[in-house]
Design a protein. Sequence first.
Length: 401
Amino acid sequence: MVATITLALFSHFAGAANLEAAEIKLRVAAEQANVREKPDIMSPILKQLPAGAILEAERKEGEWFAVLVEKDEGGTVIGYVHESLVAVVATQPAKPPREEPIKEPRPPVERPPQEPAKPIKEEPRYVPPPVRPASAGADEDVRLAVTLWLGGRYAAIGDLNDGSKGLARYYETRVAAGGEGDIKALHLGSLFGAEIRLPLVFGFYLSLGAEYGSGETAGSVLFVKGSQELTLETKPRFRTIPISLSLIYYPIPVLYLKAGIDYTFARCGYSYRLTEVDSGPMTESWQEWTGEAGSSGFGVLAGLGFDWDLASGVSLTAEALYRHIRLADLGGEDVFTESSATESIEEGKLYYIQVDTGASEVVPLVFVRERRPTEAGVVSARKAELDLSGFSLKLGIKVLF
């Protein structure tokens, strides 16, 4: 009985030893197999092979097969492929060295000179291009990515636009004359920025980005009543610096989804200039209010994007993004100047003020005031808000490191 067990164990270990020394024929069973420099998942990749490619392994080390592969620059090298990515097709035992019989030396035979054989021209071997790994593959080659952006955005803005239009309506009512022109609302702006993407697992990335965006528009209205001409010029503007932290997921290699939060530093401003010309005595006077206020706060974002490979490690990226953020408690200052060289500065908060025009109509005005307005004609007042919610479209270059 002991002899039988001993013989079985000897046979088992002998068979395992033969497998290690055998020539193993493999076929790539995954969508793609990475042949690495060492039997380690973090080792550099020597070559990428598509599904169905045939390999010959010299031996097996743990969970890795040692295979002979051709390098792109020529020559061959031993690499390692994980057993989960291949299937064993056939195993042939290694051939033992053949013993040559001892032969008696024979006298050399003189042969007539022969023409040297022509070298056989070897046809170039076709090497298939590397296949981009699936985003959620078991052995994905993920790397740090940096993206540089250019684009444009649309934002609601809100109170600042209402204040420009309300001021035009206020003077139209005071002059009692229709205006020619248009007070344009501010919505569009440009942006540029950068983003760093850190690879996580299964097609997920952690993204840290920062942008600078700005927008400005100008409008004017001319009111004419007799010899009097009144021109109102408005110029609302905004500047933003959002810093975002997002999670990115690639369901397929060319499409990604993004969601996250951002903290935005923003400033908005206005310029109102009222010019009055009287053609009777030919006089001209003007008044100008220039204000700027700022605040900061958190918002949320969501979007999707597309990647197009341009070269190895370089992609063209397009992204559509929606941000939701409203900022209140904007603090700053208002500078009032007029043609008589009078100037005054008032520091405070940006207020949204409902004013009675005296013609049974209430219009909104937006000014920086030291305290909540309560003077005659003010129906109500609250702190103004800057609504930066809206869409942005960006085009960028992504570089893998």
